[in-house]
Design a protein around this ligand. Structure first.
Ligand SMILES: Nc1nc2c(ncn2[C@@H]2O[C@H](COP(=O)(O)OP(=O)(O)OP(=O)(O)O)[C@@H](O)[C@H]2O)c(=O)[nH]1
Ligand SMILES: [Mg+2]
Length: 529
């Protein structure tokens, strides 16, 4: 059995087929092939609508009333008989009922010579039978068409010839929808008239004239020839033909998962991420600009009231930081939902298992997607905390450059210790940066005041105070925007990178399978040729 090259090829391809087809389909094909590989002579099957006379024809061939006949749907399952040593199968009418037709179709795949029985009364209108015939021819199967029951037609007026011509014309007309080889097979297709009942009676009553009239002897010769044409090599070829749709189906399954649908899906998600990043950034920058505008009058008033200034600065810094955090939180919530949706879409596409990047940020994906997609405070804090020491140092360096007066003192001590402090505390770097900056403003103001009490009351000092407030507002905007970017960029960059990685990984596997399957398909086509 393992010598059978079709079976061998199938066994090789089976693990791959299973990845893209239902287990039932693959198992069914395996069973059919194994059964077929064990068979040494062709199987003949009678096929057609109910009441066509299939069972009567079996009886006529055998010369005995072995198969039950009837004017209602009679044959309920495929039944095997023997004619000249060959297995001949009677089948339920293909239109009888769903269960019966399913049995018939399954058995049809296993048969090598198919006798399509048409009832002379409706022969010119049997669309389903024509389709069946053309499909069988497309599979390279031996087919004989029988128009049965001459009792119902007017032989003398030439009705036999006109029905035959009409049936053949219908077949030729519909064959244009099938591969070119079908039309070639069609010209050689035997289309015979028969009176099965007369044939049976002729045999039973030993009446040669009746037998000759029935057309049975001609039919039997034609059948014998068809069987002889079905050599062993043909049996193998039929098996290979039967397997071809299964391979094509699997290849289609792979194609569905690869370009363009999956690539389009990944590209779509990538675009969604980009848009989301821009949107969130824009919203947060809006918040920052608003904050920066509003803080100026209060800050200026506060710096002129030494008693309450310190308290005001602490409150202001906390409020600014918290407002920004809230905005960030609000903006990230839809993002979480978006990612969840992206994940679902990609899963539906069977391409990716999960869209959450396995990266440092966010460190805990499950936490990020807490119930109802809401972000909790600690989760946002974690995002914010991811500002690196380097990033904080950069922020301080900028602050020193833009506000040399405010951060002049710090320059002497060096930015390092302050950065260390921020990194260690990490409760909320934005808050701390803001506090530190406001502290700088405060320290500057105090030192100016101590150096020259009079100057503090002067116009020049008022001017300086304005400058400080303006500078602080500008510096705050720049710092906060930078912090927002530094938080958002890695989140999105990681998500994008992860998407690409997953997509490439999947593609490699799919492309390998695709090539392998195409290779198997080529081998199968050679066996089917
Ligand atoms: N007069 C005449 N009657 C026929 C002929 N062939 C079949 N019949 C009758 O037509 C009826 C249906 O025949 P069956 O052989 O049972 O038809 P079938 O195709 O097997 O039908 P199902 O098993 O139901 O699918 C029976 O009553 C047969 O006796 C024929 O050539 N001449
Ligand atoms: Mg029957």
């Amino acid at each position: 059995m393992s010598q059978n090259p079709v079976l061998q090829l199938f066994n090789q391809a089976a693990p791959l087929l299973q990845r893209y087809l239902s287990p039932d389909d693959v198992q069914q094909a395996a069973q059919n092939l194994t059964a077929k590989a064990q068979q040494s002579s062709p199987v003949i099957m009678l096929y057609g609508l109910f009441n066509a006379g299939k069972s009567t024809l079996i009886n006529a061939l055998i010369g005995d009333e072995v198969a039950p006949e009837g004017s209602v749907p009679t044959t309920a399952q495929v039944q095997a008989y023997y004619w000249r040593g060959y297995q001949i199968l009677d089948s339920p009418g293909m239109d009888a009922n769903q269960a019966h037709s399913a049995t018939t179709q399954a058995q049809l795949l296993q048969s090598d010579v198919v006798i399509m029985v048409l009832n002379s009364r409706g022969a010119t209108e049997e669309q389903a039978s024509y389709q069946g015939i053309l499909q069988l021819l497309a599979q390279g199967r031996q087919v004989l068409v029988v128009i049965n029951n001459t009792d119902d037609v007017d032989v003398a007026s030439g009705e036999v010839a006109s029905i035959t011509d009409a049936v053949r014309a219908q077949l030729v007309q519909q064959a244009v929808h099938y591969p070119a080889n079908v039309q070639v097979h069609l010209y050689a297709l035997p289309l015979l008239w028969l009176n099965a009942r007369a044939g049976l009676n002729g045999k039973l009553q030993h009446k040669q004239a009746l037998l000759d009239y029935s057309g049975l002897p001609v039919f039997e010769r034609t059948l014998q020839q068809a069987i002889e044409r079905t050599a062993k090599a043909d049996l193998l070829r039929v098996q290979a033909c039967q397997l071809q749709p299964l391979f094509s189906q699997a290849l289609q399954g792979i194609n569905e998962q690869t370009q363009p649908s999956k690539a389009a899906c990944v590209a779509e998600q990538s675009l969604v991420l980009q848009q989301q990043q821009q949107l969130i950034q824009g919203q947060l920058f809006g918040v920052i600009q608003q904050q920066s505008r509003h803080l100026k009058p209060g800050l200026k008033a506060a710096l002129q009231q030494p008693d309450t200034a310190e308290h005001y600065l602490v409150t202001l810094s906390a409020e600014l930081g918290q407002a920004l955090q809230r905005a960030f939180e609000q903006q990230l919530a839809p993002l979480a939902a978006q990612w969840e949706q992206a994940e679902m879409q990609l899963q539906a596409n069977n391409a990716l298992a999960s869209v959450m990047p396995e990266c440092d940020w966010p460190r805990d994906a499950d936490n990020l997607f807490a119930e109802q997609g809401q972000l909790s405070k600690p989760q946002v804090a974690e995002l914010v905390n991811s500002l690196s020491r380097q990033q904080i140092e950069q922020a301080l360096a900028v602050a020193q450059k833009v506000l040399p007066n405010l951060f002049g003192k710090m320059a002497k001590n060096g930015a390092g210790p302050l950065a260390d402090k921020l990194v260690i505390m990490k409760a909320s770097p934005w808050l701390l940066v803001i506090q530190e900056m406001l502290g700088g403003v405060w320290r500057y103001y105090r030192s100016q005041q101590q150096q020259d009490e009079q100057v503090a009351q002067s116009t020049r000092y008022q001017q300086q105070l304005n400058d400080v407030v303006e500078q602080f507002a500008a510096q705050y905007s720049e710092q906060a925007e930078r912090a927002v970017n530094e938080c958002l960029t890695p989140i999105f960059a990681n998500a994008q990178q992860w998407l690409t990685q997953q997509s490439n990984q999947q593609d490699t596997q799919l492309i390998d399978d695709q090539q392998q399957l195409a290779n198997y398909q080529h081998q199968l086509a050679q066996l089917a040729a």
